[in-house]
Design a protein around this ligand. Structure first.
Ligand code: UT7
Length: 325
C-alpha cells in the first residue's frame, strides 16, 4: 500500500572557524587534556565569533543542505529549528532563517528539546510531511552553547561547542515497506521529573536573565545509557530490525563512553558508528545533523542505507529515528 514518506534530499553543516583545544581549556580552568580525553573523548570544540549568532550558523547549514539537495529555498514550506540557544526569546530563530532565505510561504518555528532537539524536530517534520500538511522541510539543529556556559565551572565548560547542521526532507510516495527511502520510524520521550539534573539557571519568565548551564554529569550519564538503549529498542520492536541491520549509527555526541556503551548494548560494531565528539564536543541539537553531514559528504553514508539516530538531553528528553538514506 502506498504511503507518503519524508525522504532525505540533502544535508549540510557549518562550524565556526575558531577552535578551542583541550590545552586552551587548561589555561582557563583547572583541567587537563588527559582528563577530558579519558572521560569524554573530546579533544577540541568550535566556538562562535561574536557576530555568529545561532541563526547565522543555522542559515549557513541550511544553505549547504539546500545546495546538497539541489533544491531552491522557495520549494521549502516548513522550517523547524531545534535550539536551546535562540538569538532572541522571540521571534523564533526559525523565522529569522526563513527571512534570510527569502522564503515567504509556509511556516517556521523553533523546537526546544535541548540535546534531543534534532530527533524531536525530525519526528515533527515527518508528521507534517507524511500527513500532506507540508511538501518540503528544512530541519535544522543550531546552537551557541558557548554563550550559556559557566566558564569557571570545569565540570561543564569543557564539554560543549557551537555549530549547526541541517537536512532537507521532501514528501514522496513510498510502498509502505521498510525498503522505502525516508524516515521509517520515530520515537520521542520526556520525563520532567529530572529537571534539576541538567538545566539553565535563568530564563525570560523566571529570572529575566538568560542563565547558565548546570549539570549533574554522573546522573545524566547514568540515565543516558538506560534511556538511549530503551528508545532504540522501541525502534527495533517497531521495525523487526536488530543492531546487525544498521548500516550507520549516528548518536548524539555528548561523550565517547556513552556512545561506546550504547553501541555495545545494541549490538552495533564500532566501525558502523559515526563519531565527531572528539572534534566538535557536545553541540546539543546540532550534533546529529553535523555528524550526518560529515558522513554523507565523505561518502560513508550511501543512498539506500539504514541510518539510526538517537539522543538524550535536558528535561529529560530522549528519542530515536530510523532513516533509509
Ligand atoms: O548532551 C546532554 C547530555 N549530557 C551528557 O550526556 C553528559 C553526561 N555526563 C558525562 O559525560 C560525565 O559524567 C562527565 C564527563 C560530565 C563527568 O565524568 P565522570 O566520570 O562522571 O566524572 P565525575 O563527575 O564523577 O568527576 C570525577 C572527578 C571529580 O573529582 P573528585 O570529586 O573525584 O575529586 C571532579 O571534580 O573529576 C573531577 N573533574 C574534573 N577534573 C579535571 C570534573 N571535571 C573535571 C575537569 N577536569 N574538567
Amino acid at each position: 500500500m502506498s504511503k507518503l514518506r519524508s525522504v532525505l534530499r540533502g544535508c549540510g553543516s557549518y562550524l565556526p572557524a575558531q577552535i578551542l583545544t583541550n590545552a586552551d581549556m587548561a589555561k582557563k580552568v583547572d583541567t587537563t587534556d588527559e582528563w577530558i580525553v579519558q572521560r569524554t573523548g573530546i579533544r577540541q570544540r568550535h566556538i562562535a565569533a561574536d557576530d555568529e549568532t545561532t541563526s547565522v550558523l543555522g542559515l549557513k547549514a541550511a544553505e549547504a543542505a539546500l545546495a546538497d539537495a539541489g533544491m531552491r529555498a522557495d520549494e521549502i514550506d516548513l522550517i523547524i529549528v531545534a535550539t536551546a540557544t535562540p538569538d532572541h526569546t522571540f521571534p523564533a530563530t526559525a523565522t529569522q532563517i526563513q527571512a534570510e532565505l527569502g522564503i515567504t510561504q509556509g511556516a517556521a518555528f523553533d523546537l526546544q528539546a535541548v540535546c534531543s532537539g534534532f530527533v524531536f524536530a525530525l519526528a515533527t517534520a515527518d508528521k507534517f510531511l507524511t500527513s500532506g500538511a507540508a511538501k518540503a522541510a528544512l530541519v535544522i539543529g543550531a546552537e551557541t552553547f558557548s554563550r550559556i556556559l559557566d566558564w569557571e565551572d570545569r565540570t561543564t565548560c569543557v564539554l560543549f561547542g557551537d555549530g549547526a547542521g541541517a537536512v532537507v526532507l521532501a514528501a514522496e510516495e513510498g510502498e509502505g515497506t521498510l525498503a522505502d527511502r525516508g524516515v521509517l520510524t520515530t520515537h520521542i520521550r520526556s520525563d520532567g521529573r529530572h529537571k534539576t539534573k541538567l538545566y539553565v539557571d535563568g530564563g525570560a519568565g523566571s529570572t529575566k536573565t538568560v542563565g547558565l548551564l548546570r549539570m549533574e554529569g554522573k546522573e545524566v550519564f547514568r540515565h543516558a545509557v538506560v534511556n538511549l538503549a530503551d528508545t532504540v529498542r522501541h525502534t527495533f520492536e517497531a521495525t523487526g530490525l536488530t543492531g546487525a541491520d544498521i548500516d550507520w549509527f549516528v548518536p548524539h555526541q555528548a561523550n565517547r563512553r556513552i556512545i561506546d556503551a550504547t553501541a555495545d548494548k545494541l549490538g552495533i560494531s564500532q566501525d558502523h558508528v559515526v563519531v565527531t565528539v572528539d572534534r566538535h564536543g557536545n553541540t546539543s541539537a546540532a550534533s546529529i545533523p553535523l555528524a550526518l553531514a560529515e558522513a554523507h559528504a565523505d561518502g560513508r553514508i550511501k543512498r539506500g542505507q539504514l541510518v539510526l539516530i538517537e539522543a538524550m538531553g535536558g528535561g529529560f528528553t530522549w528519542g530515536s529515528a530510523l532513516i533509509r538514506w
